[in-house]
Design a protein around this ligand. Structure first.
Ligand code: AMP
Length: 114
């Protein structure tokens, strides 16, 4: 389980500001500070789970909720096509150890990604 003392924990507590896009009781969505596309939003749970690989069956409903929030964010941002990415672990590029979904869109997205 993650500590709440991560960068995103500090955003959740209000210690570090963010550009909020959506919030509810379970999650927060805000703009990535280093966007990789015209729309790049991060969706995080309020519960500090370090990475997807550490989620358990008790997180099943929360994980489903986060996917629905990602789709809501895409709608709010007017995206027809978009991608969501979850980096789980440092070797996959995860740099902040508080679970987050990237919602990326607003430009053509090649597959497979680089
Ligand atoms: P990851 O590499 O999957 O762990 O993604 C972490 C993301 O957090 C990166 O895309 C960063 O650009 C983003 N990021 C880092 N600091 C901030 C911040 N203060 N506000 C918003 N996004 C941030």
């Amino acid at each position: 389980m993650a500590s709440s003392d991560t960068l995103f924990g500090r955003i959740l507590s209000g210690e570090i500001p963010c550009q909020e896009v959506y919030a509810d009781d379970l999650s927060l969505a805000f703009r990535d500070v280093n966007p990789q596309a015209p729309v790049h939003v991060l969706v995080i749970p309020r519960e500090p789970i370090a990475q997807l690989g550490e989620a358990t069956a008790e997180h099943q409903a929360l994980l489903g909720h986060l996917l629905l929030v990602a789709a809501k964010v895409a709608r709010l941002e007017g995206l027809e096509s978009w991608r969501t990415v979850i980096n789980s672990g440092a070797g996959a590029g995860q740099t902040v150890f508080h679970l987050h979904l990237h919602v990326i869109g607003g430009r053509p997205l090649a597959w497979p990604p680089g």
